[in-house]
Ligand binder design. Structure first.
Ligand code: F6R
Length: 611
């Protein structure tokens, strides 16, 4: 996820680009850059760091004179945050400049092809492939920019939004998108492109939403659209009446809700580039089959929600790959002098890649000579840099303090890893792998259907805004889901809640159940249905009101629970990805109902960089 902006018109472009980018910083903030045509040539300024570094570098845009330009604020995916990886990117004679938001999935193949044709790459980004490919087709097809753009979109796979300048056509800006957002703003003194509406609201409220594989061609006075075969198409503009604040959240009331809604895409982005020809390819991991076979034990260390994904992962890795797994809170791991023997692999999971305890756990393992693997969302973060191996979650920037989409991506990243290990170690057949991969590929749609049907849990949440204590219970993976469900509720609603392995209730907790206490029971593991249902009976007979989250085929549970939320059918290993959705929504609406600051709960920080 990155932010792109473009302007062509009467005014100076650079200050408009900087202003637009400042509205898109929530989309990425590790580096930023602009390309402006100065009357003779395209000039690029780009730098690592937040947008203010670019503003300082260009004296708020004053050092870049010109009436047409494109800008970018980056959230690194391919290649760590650095000046050279920042956008825009140039072709070899600096006559074409490109900014991109998205992921070009087949970039390695294209990069090899282009290198064979003599193209030299300066950066590690997937975007550079696009600019060289444009150069190739532009020179091959009579220097026709539109033809070059259509040829490129026939060749690239993945999701992308592009803003493009050609020095030979200095009054025209090109833009195209597929599965990454892009809009065109109709300004009075020029036209604009942007990843999102807030970037153009200062100049216009009339926009076109570009659809997949549509190309926009903008000049100061005209906006034309073409399909991927270069045939002209007609589009209707829309008038936007949101205020800027709401627009930054894409019209959602809070970033948390926006990020809940972004989960299907984030999960798809994390899964789909890794599934190729019925097998799993994790490009950046760099672990050979030999290395995977040599792993004797896995240690997982993480904090908070990331730790909860690790608890799930223990069941998944042990069940699928038959490797023993120990899971620790990173803050415990670092001080308990863990026994790390030869053949151990230490996996550290972190959205930010900067959590102090997780980083310390990683360093401890490295000091002991143990191979480390970071599962990280922020490219170029400390954990990503220091771990021996890395696997990225492609959640994009997460703004709300309470994690939702990064959590979901951490889960699916670990399913992929467990399946990869299971296949390489001969624990599952190709046929079984195919079935699991199919289940994984439909997870995003299943998550979407749960979000779309949120009304029942939303209404339920409204009844519990005054709750004092809530208990979450489950067994096996359902216990791991309970841990996260409970954290989601307590951290943003300030209601006391606890998660218990359901079998533990009798060993103390059940004494806390009173008339009306809410117990959320997670019941997705078929072989454990009966056991958890008997725990539900026990708490109900002591006055508890029971909300059950269970599989769609478990209708029997209606005889026992007071309210039931069903999740679609999936492998028992993957139920966390579905069952957590209603629990996130529950926590969210309880917090909204209490009128709290959902995105910034008291005392909490997004990234815990101190002990
Ligand atoms: C809870 C939450 C935290 C983080 C934890 C680890 O909603 O977001 O519990 O999961 O602070 O953070 P990262 O993943 O950045 O290491």
């Amino acid at each position: 996820m990155c932010g792109i902006v473009g302007y062509v018109g009467k005014k100076q472009a650079a200050p408009i680009l900087l202003d637009g980018l400042s509205r898109l910083e929530y989309r990425g903030y590790d580096s930023a850059g602009m390309a402006v045509y100065d009357g003779e040539k395209i000039v690029i300024n780009k730098t690592t760091g937040r947008l203010k570094v670019l503003s300082e570098l260009t004296h708020d845009g004053a050092t870049m004179s010109g009436h047409i330009g494109i800008g970018h604020t980056r959230w690194a995916t391919h290649g760590e945050p650095s000046d050279v990886n920042a956008h825009p990117h140039f072709n070899k004679d600096q006559s074409i400049a490109v900014v991109q938001n998205g992921i070009i999935e087949n970039y390695l193949k294209l990069r090899n092809l282009l290198q064979d044709r003599g193209y030299q790459f300066l950066s590690e980004t997937d975007t550079e492939v696009v600019v060289h490919l444009l150069d190739y087709y532009y020179n091959r097809y009579d220097k026709n920019p539109l033809t070059a753009v259509t040829k490129v979109i026939h060749r690239v796979e993945g999701s992308y939004a592009l803003g493009i300048l050609f020095a030979d056509h200095p009054d025209v800006m090109y833009a195209v998108r597929k599965d990454a957002p892009l809009i065109v703003g109709i300004g009075e003194e020029g036209n604009l492109i942007a990843s999102d509406v807030p970037a153009v609201l200062k100049y216009t409220r009339d926009v076109f939403f570009i659809e997949n594989e549509e190309i926009a061609v903008l000049t100061e006075k005209s906006i034309e659209f073409f399909n991927m075969d270069a045939d002209p198409i007609r589009k209707e503009s829309k008038h936007i009446d949101w205020d800027i604040n709401a627009a930054e959240k894409g019209g959602y009331e809070h970033f948390m809700l926006k990020e809940i809604y972004e989960q299907p895409k984030a999960v798809r982005d994390t899964i789909s580039p890794r599934i190729r020809d019925h097998s799993i390819v994790i490009e950046e991991l760099g672990m050979t089959d030999e290395e995977i076979r040599a792993v004797k034990k896995i240690h997982i260390a993480a904090c908070g929600s990331a730790y909860h994904t690790g608890v799930t992962s223990k069941y998944v890795f042990e069940g699928l790959a038959r490797i023993p797994v120990e899971v620790d809170l990173a803050s415990e791991f670092r001080y308990r002098d863990p026994i790390l023997e030869e053949g151990a692999l230490v996996i550290v999971i972190s959205q930010s890649g900067e959590t102090a305890d997780s980083l310390a756990a990683l360093r401890l393992a490295k000091d002991r000579g143990i191979t480390t693997l970071g599962i990280v969302n922020v490219v170029g973060s400390s954990i990503a840099r220091e771990a021996d191996k890395v696997m990225y979650t492609w959640a994009g920037p997460e703004i709300a303090v309470a994690t939702t989409k990064a959590y979901s991506c951490q889960l699916v990243a670990q399913y992929l890893l467990a399946l990869k290990f299971a296949q390489v170690r001969g624990q599952i057949t190709d046929e079984q792998l195919g079935e699991y991969l199919h289940e994984m590929e439909i997870l995003p749609n299943q998550i979407e259907s749960l979000i779309d049907n949120k009304h029942k849990i939303q209404k339920f949440a409204n009844r519990y805004v005054a709750a004092k204590d809530v208990f979450f219970i489950g067994r096996g993976i359902d216990y791991a889901i309970s841990l996260e469900g409970s954290l989601k509720l307590k951290e943003i609603s300030y209601i006391h809640s606890e998660a218990y392995a359901a079998g533990e209730l009798k060993h103390g907790t059940i004494s806390l159940i009173e008339d009306g206490t809410l117990v959320a029971a997670v019941v997705t593991q078929e072989e454990l249905y009966k056991k958890t249902i008997s725990n539900i009976v026990e708490v109900r007979s002591r006055g508890a009101y029971v909300l059950a989250v269970t599989n769609e085929d478990n209708i029997e549970i209606e005889k026992t629970a007071d309210c039931v939320i069903y999740i679609p059918k999936t492998s028992s290993y993957f139920t966390n990805s579905l069952a957590i959705i209603p629990l996130q929504i529950f926590g969210y609406y309880v917090s909204v109902g209490k009128g709290l600051d959902v995105d910034k709960p008291r005392n909490l920080a997004k990234s815990v960089t101190v002990e």
